[in-house]
Design a protein. Structure first.
Length: 167
């Protein structure tokens, strides 16, 4: 392994950072859409973009796995590649460390935003369920207001208590 190995690892890290940053921006966009009422079409569009970006992430990961197989590296983890490159090319240790920090920051922010998005979706489901309950109860006939013959029972009259008080 030599400087060419470092260059390849560095380029793969830059590609990974770029792909993750694009995915992060899509997660941020999804969060905004989730906070917008009547957003079904926008949400569908953003989800399609996210799925396309996830496919790009998979391609980047596949290239990294292929590189590791070609170079007989048992682990395909990014951190393993960084450690190997740092050992082989200590002069590039600073840049590699910066790339590692950037990847970790982006991954942490993505995880936080995705967790927030999941909570927003759960909240939306709860609110939709409550709204559906209100609609159903409003549409359900109030059977207490009708007698056995289907006639409306006037409940505005005072009812006489069946309790008799002792004098």
């Amino acid at each position: 392994m030599n400087e060419q190995f470092y260059e390849t690892v560095s380029q793969m890290l830059d590609n990974t950072i770029s792909v993750y940053e694009e995915l992060l921006e899509l997660y941020k966009e999804k969060k905004k859409v989730l906070l917008t009422p009547k957003n079904n079409e926008l949400l569908r569009i953003v989800d399609e973009k996210i799925l396309a970006q996830v496919n790009t992430v998979k391609k980047v990961n596949a290239k990294r796995e292929e590189f590791c197989n070609e170079n007989e590296i048992s682990s395909t983890k990014i951190s393993t590649l960084i450690e190997l490159a740092q050992k082989e090319c200590p002069q590039f240790e600073k840049k590699l460390s910066e790339q590692k920090v950037k990847i970790n920051e982006v991954a942490e922010e993505m995880a936080l935003i995705e967790k927030t998005n999941v909570e927003l979706i759960k909240h939306g489901l709860v609110m939709s369920d409550k709204l559906l309950d209100i609609i159903i109860s409003a549409a359900t006939p109030q059977t207490d207001n009708y007698d056995m013959h289907g006639k409306n029972v006037d409940t505005s009259e005072l009812s006489i208590s069946s309790i008799v008080e002792d004098a």
